[in-house]
Design a protein around this ligand. Structure first.
Ligand code: NAG
Ligand code: NAG
Ligand code: NAG
Ligand code: NAG
Ligand code: NAG
Ligand code: NAG
Ligand code: NAG
Ligand code: NAG
Ligand code: ZN
Length: 662
């Protein structure tokens, strides 16, 4: 399928180059002003010299200035990182850990100081009660989850599936979910289940089933065998037939049409059970692969209902345990109760909005204004610079296409902290009004899932324009979102928003009082990288409203464009869309900040060393190369780097030929 909604989110990153000695890191010219542009008014706070000098000392700690920056800039700028920090730690991961720690401090303080003003706010009361129930966890008791599920009459597979769907579970049999469609609309989507995912029936899941059924269960081995056979049958039905292409097969249907096409299920009933509303026959939804759905439903209607029920229970338990940061699946063997950190990490996933509100109110709020002033200023400069570059049209693109791309980049928004825009405290109080929190962790966990997915269903069907405007001004992260997607700045493709998480908004990556070389060294590169994701080879096809277009079909007809892509696409393993964002984002940041040769001479090295911080200690993941590869590759592409570090032609950081892109 072309429409990979879930993948329409990617991540951020950057690059670097060469040098001689650390004493050459200049500081003298940096502290005249922390203004962004000459046009800024005089209302800005003076930059703190002390803060900037302290930060430069920190940068020096990570460097190995005796190494040759022209050979391997990563080794030069980050060579000492590992002797200071543990394996797996990067600037971003350390920043994220600091945020977790602040939540722990907040909750522990509130638990011990019952007279804090926060106690008068229901949102804090609920967070605290949740936190408390998590901290009080003993040994995992998975059957507690099953006991909490509402009882429904009969045991038809589709009824149980719909009930589990209310908690966001939809991985087997038939998948019914609410999914974002474009920048201002969700849709109900019906499709065959994901047959790549199987159950692995663990002893703890089996025991939970056994207790829940009062022992009325085949042996673990027998049950595993029955489940395997079921999975095999379902897989054959859900799998596309041989020779079918992976063309887009999702289409729009009205509920009435769907009912006619797939009469063996009462869709009105199922949707009502899962989404809490009676949808009219004219209601539009998306469905994929009706023939497979027809086969699946027909088989399931005739299969052993008891087995289907047991399988559903087992799958939902597995799903709950696999949700990111479920404190019950903590891998430490000595684990017996929720640790403060694991509870906070769990709550940041499960109670995303309420947790962000608390962070804003207790920590971030006081610096927001100063930050936004600086960040929006740099962002506007970058956009202006990029528009200038794009209008030169060096690739010779069709003018209509060029305008469309320009519109997309100009239309990008930034959301610092990823909160809804322009809402009052009352908005949050109303949000949590129907969220129930008691003393039992299992009940709390399920109720918070219910709260999130009920809300999503309501958002999908609402005609309230004001509600839409608010809820589409940020990315309301769900409990399933993996850390590697939300822990760093990222380009949120469907909404065309660059999300700057709280973890980024602190030292060592960012500080509103940074001198320009430090400020642009990371911030401009990060924003540039995310901006360029909006037109990388992967995301270029979505317009500013998140609607799929044919832009890449047009682009590949252009020889210059193909040549530029191929130059960067130099091996099988290359993560091309990340490389494009790295190269073009770094180019854009340089063009914005380093136009002046004097600036390069005085502050260039500091700028590049600050740029390196993001990459120090960064491991590769499914989307990104290692920090060292990314940093060196990107900076080797920049002649300014070679100039600043006096790299001889032909050294690794000053190659004879370079690629260029946007
Ligand atoms: C700038 O920094 C230098 C030391 O690096 C210091 O002597 C000087 O006073 C600073 N100037 C201002 C205006 O802060
Ligand atoms: C978003 O999708 C909905 C449903 O298909 C459509 O009605 C709406 O026009 C789309 N929005 C934009 C901006 O294209
Ligand atoms: C899931 O189970 C089916 C049927 O047993 C099997 O063919 C498939 O390879 C399994 N998939 C994975 C990812 O294990
Ligand atoms: C589909 O292809 C696989 C291997 O390519 C083959 O083993 C199988 O028999 C084919 N199935 C059908 C229904 O043609
Ligand atoms: C389908 O379910 C709806 C809502 O539960 C009910 O009103 C309707 O009578 C059912 N239709 C059939 C054909 O059973
Ligand atoms: C640019 O492309 C559009 C749509 O593909 C086409 O209608 C238009 O004629 C083209 N313009 C030029 C100048 O080639
Ligand atoms: C939101 O607030 C900002 C700053 O206060 C203001 O510029 C903007 O117009 C507001 N947007 C809406 C939609 O009210
Ligand atoms: C990049 O190169 C690989 C082969 O090395 C190729 O499979 C892939 O299609 C190329 N990507 C693009 C966008 O050209
Ligand atoms: Zn990226």
């Amino acid at each position: 399928m072309r429409h990979l909604w879930g993948l329409c989110l990617l991540l951020l990153l950057l690059l670097v180059s060469q040098g001689q000695d650390v004493k050459a890191l200049p500081t003298a010219h940096l502290n005249q002003s922390c203004r962004i542009t000459a046009a800024e008014t005089a209302t800005e706070p003076a930059c703190s010299t002390q803060l900037n000098l302290r930060h430069i000392q920190l940068l020096k700690r990570y460097m190995r200035p005796e190494l040759d920056a022209c050979q391997d800039f990563y080794a030069y700028a980050c060579g000492n990182w590992r002797s200071v920090h543990k394996m797996g730690e990067s600037a971003m991961s350390l920043s994220g850990a600091r945020i977790d720690q602040r939540y722990v401090e907040l909750f522990e303080r509130l638990l011990h100081v019952p007279r804090s003003t926060e106690h008068s706010l229901p949102l804090y009361e609920k967070l605290l009660r949740y936190y408390h129930s998590c901290r009080a966890l003993g040994k995992p008791r998975l059957r507690r989850y099953l006991e909490q599920l509402p009882h429904i009459g009969g045991n038809h597979w589709a009824d149980l599936l719909a009930v589990l769907g209310r908690y966001g579970y939809h991985e087997h049999y038939v998948k019914i979910e609410v999914s974002q469609h474009n920048a201002s609309q969700h849709m109900i989507v019906v499709m065959p289940h994901n047959y790549y995912l199987n159950l692995s029936l663990s002893g703890s899941i089996y025991n939970a089933l056994r207790r829940h059924t009062h022992g009325q269960l085949p042996s673990l081995k027998q049950l595993s065998e029955q489940f395997k056979q079921l999975e095999q049958t379902l897989q054959e039905m859900a799998q596309p037939p041989n020779g079918s292409s992976d063309e887009e097969t999702v289409s729009t249907y009205t509920l009435e049409q769907l009912q006619q096409e797939l009469p063996e299920l009462n869709w009105t009933h199922v949707l009502h059970l899962q989404l809490g509303a009676i949808y009219p026959g004219s209601y539009q939804l998306l469905a994929d692969d009706l023939p497979a759905l027809r086969q699946l439903i027909s088989y399931l209607n005739r299969a052993d209902a008891r087995l289907l029920q047991l399988y559903s229970w087992a799958r939902v338990l597995q799903h709950l345990m696999q949700l990111p940061h479920n404190p019950l699946s903590n891998p430490q063997p000595s684990f017996s109760a929720g640790s403060a950190i694991s509870c906070v990490q769990h709550m940041r996933k499960t109670l995303y909005l309420a947790m962000n509100f608390a962070y804003e109110r207790n920590y971030y709020g006081k610096q927001r204004q100063a930050d936004e002033h600086v960040i929006f200023g740099v962002f506007a400069e970058l956009k202006q610079q990029f528009a200038q570059q794009l209008r030169l049209n060096v690739l010779g693109l069709n003018a209509t296409l060029l305008d469309a791309l320009l519109d997309k980049v100009q239309g990008l928004r930034i959301n610092v902290g990823n909160l809804p825009r322009n809402v009052s405290d009352q908005f949050y109080e109303e949000c949590v009004q129907h969220w129930r929190v008691g003393n039992d962790f299992y009940e709390n966990h399920l109720n918070s899932l219910l709260h999130y997915y009920d809300h999503l269903a309501e958002l999908e069907r609402t005609e309230d324009a004001a509600m839409r405007q608010v809820w589409f001004s940020f990315n309301h992260h769900g409990p399933e979102l993996l850390d590697n997607i939300d822990a760093t700045p990222y380009f949120y493709c469907l909404g065309s928003i660059i999300i700057m998480p709280y973890a980024y908004m602190q030292l060592p990556l960012y500080e509103s009082q940074f001198w320009p070389a430090l400020l642009y060294g990371d911030l401009a590169n990060t924003l540039g990288h995310e901006m360029l994701h909006s037109i990388d080879t992967y995301f270029v096809d979505y317009d500013a409203q998140g609607v799929m277009r044919d832009y890449s079909d047009q682009l590949v007809l252009n020889k210059n464009y193909l040549k530029a892509v191929n130059c960067l696409n130099d091996s099988e393993q290359v993560m091309l869309n990340e490389r494009i964002a790295d190269i073009s984002g770094t180019r854009l940041a340089l063009n914005t900040y380093m136009k002046d040769p004097l600036e390069r001479r005085h502050n260039g090295r500091l700028y590049f060393v600050q740029f390196a911080q993001f990459f120090c200690g960064e491991e590769a993941d499914i989307y990104h190369d290692t920090g060292s590869k990314r940093l060196n590759y990107a900076l080797a592409q920049m002649p300014e780097f070679a100039e600043v570090f006096n790299c001889a032609p032909g050294t690794p950081m000053n190659p004879v030929s370079r690629c260029s892109f946007w």
